[in-house]
Design a protein around this ligand. Structure first.
Ligand SMILES: *Cc1c(COP(=O)(O)O)cnc(C)c1O
Length: 364
């Protein structure tokens, strides 16, 4: 049944980074998972091989037209030593939604999940154990056919790399400062905003630099047509606690449907907190804030989990949220989600999957 996963051993293993100095996305493990696609064979040659550079033809289509999709998820070290993945099925399902939009052939989600689990099992010593640390998993697919015609590639490569990462916040959660971008836009309905594809991020860098120059951490995007409605932050979805209710922009085709967003909505409903997925105009939001009804603002995403927002700037108006301190709801969500992710809190939702300590032997 299915395909087997080959394994090629590395001659030499790397020296692991100091546990206290991981940062984000700077260190990579000894191995990677790889698979190729051709029109004749479909997806084939699933294999775990030593991490290293890949050789591509300069005419490979990824370099010219950016046909690419990616994912981001994490493996966590539980206190009892087990390694847990958080809702990996949702990430692989989303990878296929992105594939569909970018006209990339669908992957076998269960085979790739199996490949990820075997890879992590081989790399288990790379899963860090300090609070807030995890092993970040980055699957991606690129069009590799050497061809300059504007046409979907006939060849692809799927690669999964692993990076041990530190707590996004260091020791303490610090609220971030957000700049509401009212000139550049990220995505429009009918475009590729809901897909995790490279171009969305390439197009956002200029606005991110501008926000940083002005002393802000991140950009909050407005809708691409009217620039009136709130969409999301660079790599996070956004939530507002207003007068006891929680509002978040509805999924409208131009917003990335975050796994953390979905998990937060489910937790809030479970706690009987009213959640509204709706259109949120920035004007109305600032009005609510001026009336003192905006109680908390936070972003959600795999990297930071929950990222409280302390300041929002839009045109010449600035709001300071909750006196610049972390809100109680953001903190409870952070503690609950990270608790479930690390096995500290009972997983009532069936969100975690263990990377088996003793998998099937890897095919040679
Ligand atoms: C990945 C991403 C998110 C967050 O998604 P998660 O699945 O929660 O990590 C939100 N917005 C954008 C633009 C993203 O790329």
């Amino acid at each position: 049944m299915g395909q087997s996963i080959a394994f090629q051993k590395a001659d030499q293993l790397k020296k692991k980074p100091e546990p206290g100095q991981l940062g984000f996305g700077k260190h990579f493990t000894d191995y990677m998972f790889e698979m190729d696609y051709t029109l004749d064979e479909g997806w084939h040659d699933a294999r775990i091989i030593p991490y290293g550079p890949i050789l591509l033809d300069p005419a490979a289509m990824i370099f010219h037209y950016g046909q690419e999709v990616f994912e981001g998820l994490k493996a966590y070290r539980a206190e009892d030593g087990r390694i847990l993945l958080f809702r990996p099925d949702k990430n692989l399902e989303r990878l296929n939604h992105s594939n569909e939009r970018m006209d990339i052939p669908a992957i076998d989600e269960s085979l790739v999940l199996e490949g990820i689990k075997r890879l992590i099992n081989i790399e288990k010593d790379w899963v860090p154990a300090l609070p807030g640390q995890s092993l970040y998993i980055r699957p991606f697919i690129i069009g590799t056919e050497p061809f300059l015609g504007v046409h979907p590639s006939g060849e692809y490569k799927l690669i999964v790399i692993l990076s041990p990462v530190g707590s996004y916040f260091g020791d303490k959660i610090n609220p971030v400062k957000i700049y509401v971008e009212d000139d550049f836009v990220r995505a429009v309905r009918g475009g590729v905003g809901f897909a995790k594809t490279a171009g969305n991020y390439a197009g956002s860098l200029k606005a991110q630099s501008k926000a940083e120059e002005l002393g802000f951490d991140q950009v909050l995007w407005l809708d691409g047509v009217e620039r009136k409605y709130i969409e999301e932050v660079g790599s996070m979805n956004i939530f507002f606690k207003i007068h006891g209710e929680v509002w978040t922009p509805e999924l409208n085709g131009s917003i990335l449907p975050g796994v953390t967003r979905d998990s937060v909505i489910r937790l809030l409903k479970h706690w009987d907190i009213k959640v509204k997925e709706r259109k949120i105009s920035v004007k109305k939001l600032f009005k609510k804030a001026e009336k003192g009804e905006l109680e908390e603002v936070f972003g959600t995403g795999t990297a930071a989990v929950i990222s409280p927002v302390g300041f929002l700037k839009w045109e010449d108006r600035v709001i300071k949220v909750g006196n610049g301190r972390v809100g109680a709801l953001a903190e409870k969500l952070y503690d609950t989600l990270t608790g479930i992710q690390t096995g500290r809190i009972k997983d009532k939702f069936g969100w975690t999957q263990e990377v088996s300590p003793d998998p099937e032997p890897v095919a040679e």
